[in-house]
Design a protein around this ligand. Structure first.
Ligand code: HEC
Ligand code: HEC
Length: 313
C-alpha cells in the first residue's frame, strides 16, 4: 500500500510514534533473547581469494566508501572516520576502516570483511545499523569484495579512534537491529535480467548495488526501511535535511532528461537547465559518480531512463 510522503512537521510526530512502536516491538520480541543471539551469516567467499587493488579502488569510489568514511577537513586521512551523518534517529559516524590494528580493521580477515559488507554483521556477531548501506553491497560478487579488501590494504593505517554514534533512545539499542533485520534485510545477490541489454544490466547493478542510489531516492517507512512500493520516487528527511526528486524512468523522461544529460550531470553536477545538483547529490557526484568511466555513466543512464521500475530491490 502506498502512503503519502509526510511533510516535515508530520514526520517528527510520526518518528515519535515510530520510536514507541519500535520499543514495543523490541520488548515484545523478548530483548534478553535477542541480546544473546549472535549473528552468524553464511558467507560464500573463500578466505584466500586474491583481490585486485586497482579495481577495488574504483569500486570504492562507485560505492561511496570514501565519502562516508572520510571527513571533509583539509588533509583528512582517507577512511579514518567520516563526518556526522545526521538522520531522524540520531547522528552516525562511519568508523575508521584503515588497516590500523587497534582503531581500524587491521586484525580482520577477508571473511570478517565480507560478513560486514554483504551481511551487516560484525566479527563478534553484532548487527550493523543500516546507515551502513550493506543491503546494497549484498549485490557485489565475491571478486568485488576481495578487490575492495585489497584496496583497503593500500591505505595507510591511522591510529585514531572512531567517534561514537549519538543516537536517541531506543535507537541506541544495537540489539534492536536484529529485529529490524529479520523484518527488512535480505542479502539478495544481483541477478541480471536476460531480456535486457548488457549495458542496462550493468546500470541496474551499479544503481541498485554499489552506488546505492535508492538509499536516498526511495522513501523509507517508519522504521527506516525502504518502501519498495515507492521505489525511486524521491524522499524527504535525508541526512542533512535534504529532499531528493524521483528518478523513475517515466519522471526523468517527462522532465526531458536524455541519456547524455544524465551521464553529463553525474560527471559534472550540471543539469540541462544550467542548474547545479547540490546538497547530498553534490557530494555523491564529487566523491563517487564523477570518478566513474564513461561506459559506466552510460550504463547508469541507460537503466535510469529505460524502465527502472522492473524487478524491485
Ligand atoms: C552512507 C554512509 C556509508 C557508506 C557509503 C559506507 N559506509 Fe561503512 N559504515 C557506515 C556507518 C555509519 C558504519 C557504522 C555502522 C554501525 O556502527 O553499526 C559503517 C561501518 C563499516 C564497517 C564496520 C567497521 C567496524 O569497525 O566494525 C566497515 C568494514 C565498513 N563500514 C566498510 C565500508 C566499505 C568498504 C564501504 C564501501 C563499499 C562503506 N563502508 C560504505 C557508513 C557508510
Ligand atoms: C546521499 C543521498 C543521495 C544519493 C546516494 C543519491 N542521490 Fe541523487 N539526489 C539526491 C538529492 C538530495 C538530489 C536533489 C539535488 C538538488 O536538487 O540539488 C538528487 C538529485 C538527483 C538527480 C536529478 C533529478 C532531477 O530531476 O532533478 C538525479 C538524476 C540523481 N539524483 C541520480 C542519482 C543516481 C544515479 C544516484 C546513484 C549513483 C544517486 N542520485 C544517488 C540525493 C542522493
Amino acid at each position: 500500500m502506498p502512503y503519502p510522503i509526510p511533510g516535515r512537521r508530520v514526520t517528527s510526530v510520526v518518528r515519535g510514534i515510530a520510536a514507541i512502536a519500535l520499543l514495543i516491538l523490541v520488548v515484545a520480541a523478548a530483548g534478553a533473547v535477542i541480546q544473546r543471539w549472535p549473528l552468524d551469516p553464511d558467507t560464500s567467499i573463500s578466505a584466500d581469494l586474491e583481490g585486485n587493488p586497482d579495481r577495488g579502488a574504483y569500486l570504492a569510489r562507485m560505492s561511496g566508501c570514501i565519502g562516508c568514511h572520510t571527513t571533509t577537513e583539509d588533509g583528512a586521512a582517507a577512511l579514518a572516520g567520516g563526518p556526522p551523518l545526521e538522520t531522524p534517529f540520531g547522528t552516525f559516524y562511519a568508523p575508521n576502516i584503515t588497516p590500523d590494528e587497534r582503531h581500524g580493521i587491521g586484525l580482520w580477515t577477508l571473511v570478517d570483511f565480507d560478513r560486514a559488507l554483504r551481511h551487516g554483521a560484525s566479527p563478534d556477531g553484532e548487527p550493523y545499523y543500516p546507515a551502513f548501506p550493506y543491503a546494497f553491497y549484498a549485490k557485489l560478487n565475491d571478486q568485488d569484495v576481495a578487490d575492495l579488501w585489497a584496496a583497503l590494504w593500500t591505505v595507510p593505517p591511522v591510529a585514531e579512534p572512531s567517534s561514537a554514534h549519538r543516537l536517541s533512545w531506543p535507537f541506541n539499542q544495537r540489539a534492536g537491529i536484529k529485529l529490524w533485520r529479520a523484518l527488512y534485510f535480505e542479502a539478495d545477490p544481483f541477478v541480471p535480467d536476460p531480456s535486457e541489454s548488457d549495458l542496462w544490466n550493468r546500470g541496474r547493478f551499479i544503481v541498485t548495488g554499489p552506488a546505492h542510489c535508492g538509499a536516498c531516492h526511495t522513501p523509507r517507512n517508519l522504521f527506516g526501511a525502504r518502501d519498495h512500493e515507492q521505489h525511486f520516487l524521491g524522499a524527504h528527511d535525508l541526512p542533512g535535511g535534504h529532499n531528493s526528486p524521483s528518478i523513475r524512468s517515466s519522471d526523468l523522461q517527462s522532465a526531458g532528461w536524455t541519456d547524455r544529460d544524465i551521464a553529463f550531470a553525474l560527471r559534472t553536477g550540471l543539469t540541462p537547465d544550467g542548474d547545479t545538483l547540490g546538497g547530498s547529490m553534490g557530494e555523491v557526484i564529487r566523491d563517487s559518480t564523477s570518478w566513474l568511466s564513461d561506459s559506466d555513466l552510460e550504463a547508469i543512464a541507460s537503466y535510469l531512463l529505460h524502465d527502472n521500475t522492473g524487478p524491485v530491490e
